[in-house]
Design a binder for this molecule. Structure first.
Ligand code: PGA
Length: 257
C-alpha cells in the first residue's frame, strides 16, 4: 500500500506574511486530517521557508523547497545548498520542475546532481518528469519520459530511489486548466513504474510514489488518485488557497484503492 502524498508548489507567489497566513490556515484545516492516510507537503519560496517551518513545527505537515544546488557550499552566487534547506526545516525538495527545465535550462544532468546531493543530506527529492504538447502530439511521450527518468536517476541506487517521489507533470497541463484524463495519467504512471521495475527491481518500483501534476483541483483529485498507479499530486495554482488545497488533501485521504 502506497500512502498518497499531496504537495503544494507555491512557485513564485506569497510574501513571507502571506505564506505564514496560508500555512496557518492549512494547519487549522488539517487538524481533522488523518495523517496515517495521506502525506501533505508545502513548498513555499526560499524566503518563506524558515517562517513556514515555524508554523508547521510539531505538526505532521511536511516542508519542501522548490529547487536546490548540488554543491555543499562555495562561491555560487544566488544558489542554495541542501544543508541550507535542512537548516531551514525542509524534508523535501522539488527537483527538475518543467519551469526550471524550460526557463532556466535545467538538464537531466543537473537534475541528477541535485538529486544525489539532496539524498546525501537526507532530503527527499520530488523528481519532476513530463512531456510538452508538441512531444505528446508527435507520439514521443514515452520516449521523453524514459529520457527524463533514466537521465535523472543515473547512478542512483535502489535504496536511494526508494527515498524519492516522482511527479509526472505533462507540461501542457500545467497552469493551463487542461488536466490529463485519469486514463492518460494512469497510462504514463504505469509506464514509469514498469520502467523502474526494469531499471531496478519490482519491489522498489512497487514502493515508490508517483504523483500527478497539472491543473489538479478539488473537482478532479478523487478520480485521478483513484487510478491504481497515481499516488498523489503536485499542485500549483490550487495550492495557493486554503479552501482548495485543504479539500484536495482531504479528498486524497478518503480515496480507498
Ligand atoms: P498547476 O501547477 O497545478 O497550477 O497546473 C502544477 C505544477 O506546476 O506543479
Amino acid at each position: 500500500m502506497r500512502k498518497p502524498i499531496i504537495a503544494g508548489n507555491w512557485k513564485m507567489y506569497k510574501t513571507i506574511n502571506e505564506a505564514i497566513d496560508l500555512a496557518n490556515g492549512l494547519k487549522r484545516e488539517f487538524f481533522k486530517l488523518d495523517f496515517a492516510k495521506v502525506d501533505a507537503v508545502l513548498c513555499p519560496a526560499f524566503t518563506a521557508l524558515s517562517e513556514v517551518a515555524e508554523v508547521l513545527n510539531e505538526t505532521d505537515i511536511g516542508l519542501g523547497a522548490q529547487d536546490v544546488y548540488w554543491q555543499d557550499e562555495g562561491a555560487f552566487t544566488g544558489e542554495v545548498s541542501p544543508a541550507m534547506l535542512k537548516d531551514a526545516g525542509c524534508q523535501y525538495v522539488i527537483i527538475g520542475h518543467s519551469e526550471r527545465r524550460q526557463f532556466f535550462g535545467e538538464t537531466n544532468e543537473a537534475v541528477n546532481k541535485k538529486i544525489k546531493a539532496s539524498l546525501k543530506h537526507g532530503l527527499a527529492p520530488i523528481i519532476c518528469v513530463g512531456e510538452n504538447l508538441q512531444e505528446r502530439e508527435s507520439n514521443q511521450t514515452f520516449k521523453v519520459i524514459q529520457d527524463h527518468v533514466q537521465g535523472s536517476l543515473s547512478g542512483i541506487s535502489a535504496d536511494d530511489l526508494a527515498k524519492t517521489v516522482i511527479a509526472y507533470e505533462p507540461v501542457w497541463a500545467i497552469g493551463t486548466g487542461k488536466t490529463a484524463t485519469p486514463e492518460q495519467a494512469q497510462e504514463v504512471h504505469k509506464y514509469i513504474r514498469d520502467l523502474l521495475a526494469n531499471l531496478y527491481n519490482q519491489e522498489v518500483a512497487d514502493s515508490i510514489r508517483i504523483q500527478y501534476g497539472g491543473s489538479v483541483k478539488p473537482e478532479n483529485i478523487t478520480e485521478l488518485i483513484g487510478k491504481p498507479d497515481v499516488d498523489g499530486a503536485l499542485v500549483g495554482g490550487a495550492s495557493l488557497k486554503v479552501d482548495s488545497f485543504s479539500v484536495i488533501v482531504m479528498r486524497a485521504s478518503e480515496v480507498v484503492k
